[in-house]
Design a binder for this molecule. Sequence first.
Ligand SMILES: NC(=O)c1ccc[n+]([C@@H]2O[C@H](COP(=O)([O-])OP(=O)(O)OC[C@H]3O[C@@H](n4cnc5c(N)ncnc54)[C@H](OP(=O)(O)O)[C@@H]3O)[C@@H](O)[C@H]2O)c1
Length: 315
Amino acid sequence: MKINGQTALITGASSGIGYELARCFAQDGYNLVLVSRNTDRLNEIANEFTQQYGLGKVTVVGADLAQPDAPQRVYNEMNNQGIRVNVLVNDAGFGEYGMFATETDLQKELSMIQTNVTALVHLTKLFLRDMTTRNEGKILMLASVASVLPNPLMAVYGATKAFILSFSEALRNELKDTDITVTALMPGATNTDFFNRAGADGTVAHKQAMKTDAADVARDGYEALMSGKDKVVSGMMNKAQVAMSRVMPDPFITANVRKQMARPSNGNGQHEKEGKKQMATTGSLVGAVLILGIVALAYYNKARYTDFKLSDLHL
Ligand SMILES: NC(=O)c1ccc[n+]([C@@H]2O[C@H](COP(=O)([O-])OP(=O)(O)OC[C@H]3O[C@@H](n4cnc5c(N)ncnc54)[C@H](OP(=O)(O)O)[C@@H]3O)[C@@H](O)[C@H]2O)c1
């Protein structure tokens, strides 16, 4: 049993990546504050982790982060209980699948912006002020590969994740002369309740998600957070896709994501076949970009130390 005396507050700890992140902290002996709407599930998790890891203290806070006053209530609860939060994990979030113009539910999208963006900003403001006074603390933000890849058929969701990455990187710069770090975790499609809850079950991306374990994604995020990194893209294919988004034209990148968001709808899996074909094309392009990158790097390194010229490559 490890006890380190520090406290990590994790929103969205009732399932998926948030639950696995909470486990990472539990394994390292942190006191936990678990936040979500489902307090029954959070109490089960508190018992499970206490039995497995012998935690010092676990506090369960029920909060619907789609309600504008929820972040302030969570913060007040910490003050009332005299809990100092050393690590803030902004994990809670959800998506909504469909064509924005004709299919998705506006009320759900507005709640999504409130939960994914407004509550995240509000919680960060409240807890970061205290961290700044103490000049210590760590913040982990659940961004996504969707932070850099526009997300047709989940347009509002993708935009919330773009906000989170931009916000995280700007904050990190503002805090560079302090002992407070901000880290963005950027998972790709991951096997959690996310796709079912968003109504995106059965899509190509949902099938891809089944190959990625939430525990592995959480571990990547936890390690990046602990080593004070600015951001981490979880998974090799996702890293390649993000790298490619920096060099390929935006309409190509967006069209590629659209194929991944498709759901076989005509009975013969046409959309799925298109999605797989697009993934193969993406793979080839990623390979080409990587090879070009390696050649450019080799050239740059040689040119720095010798009078090597590009023509010496005899391409
Ligand atoms: N799975 C993926 O493919 C993927 C990829 C990239 C990024 N992400 C991000 O990872 C984070 C976690 O998602 P997940 O994949 O682990 O999905 P998940 O299993 O559905 O977990 C979502 C968590 O967010 C909480 N939550 C949702 N709405 C809430 C609200 N209004 N108030 C309080 N808590 C709320 C849920 O708790 P309750 O329902 O108990 O309230 C749950 O604990 C999200 O920010 C998501 O955008 C996921």
